[in-house]
Design a protein around this ligand. Structure first.
Ligand code: SAM
Length: 213
């Protein structure tokens, strides 16, 4: 997809009824005003094209899903799929994750997913599982909220485990090679993102961590 396609997608996504941009007015109102039910809300952080947002929404109809990314042209793909398939439990929100508590209220979120984040080897402050980001997520989530991390980078996985240990957080699931895991959950095996497919082609092992925030 060339530059024109990117710009077209960027323009189109602002008109999609399931997409929101920097929507501070919805803080605390996602259940009542967007989903119009009280089902638990899962947020996919840095969702890119939103494969997990729509893939989980298809499998778990009694939950709501919000994909967040700063790049509107990437969100376009998941948002369009959700519209075409009448997935009413899906929304996308374009924003910078570092300010996330400006857009969601305390206790509003029940679960987080992060899939194949930029590993940010040189800049710890930008890593989406660093202590500063975890504190942002805690400000908008319920007690016991879980974080699901699926990634390719051994360094990012190891870094995240160090943070988990230093904060004494409970690990619920941990695999350094999910496709060698006998009881791999169906949604971990069968939803693959754009970046996952790319890394699999290069022979990388895919890691997974599920832990309590
Ligand atoms: C490597 S891509 C992964 C996308 C997708 N999860 C996948 O697996 O294909 C990382 C994504 O994170 C987004 N991103 C990185 N930092 C962000 C931030 N602080 N706020 C919002 N989006 C961010 C980028 O725009 C990009 O789409």
């Amino acid at each position: 997809m060339g530059q024109k396609g990117k710009l077209q997608k960027f323009a189109e996504v602002t008109a999609f009824e399931n997409c929101y941009e920097y929507a501070k007015e919805l803080k605390g109102k996602w259940s009542s005003d967007v989903f119009k039910n009280n089902n638990p809300i899962t947020v996919e952080l840095a969702c890119g094209k939103g494969e997990y947002t729509v893939g989980l929404a298809t499998r778990f109809a009694n939950r709501n899903f919000i994909g967040i990314d700063v790049k509107g042209n990437r969100i376009w793909q998941g948002a369009k799929y959700a519209l075409e398939n009448n997935l009413t439990n899906v929304a996308f929100h374009r924003l910078m994750i570092g300010n996330i508590e400006e857009y969601f209220a305390k206790d509003e979120i029940d679960e987080f997913w992060i899939t194949f984040p930029d590993p940010q080897h040189a800049k710890e402050r930008k890593r989406l599982t660093n202590p500063m980001f975890l504190n942002h997520y805690r400000k908008i989530s319920k007690a016991g909220t879980t974080m699901n991390l699926k990634c390719d980078s051994t360094r990012f996985y190891t870094y995240t485990k160090e943070i988990i240990a230093s904060q004494n957080l409970e690990i619920l699931q941990d695999s350094d090679d999910i496709y060698a895991w006998d009881d791999i959950p169906e949604h971990l095996a069968n939803i693959q993102t754009f970046y996952e497919k790319m890394w699999l082609k290069e022979g990388k092992k895919i890691k997974f961590l599920r832990y309590v925030l």
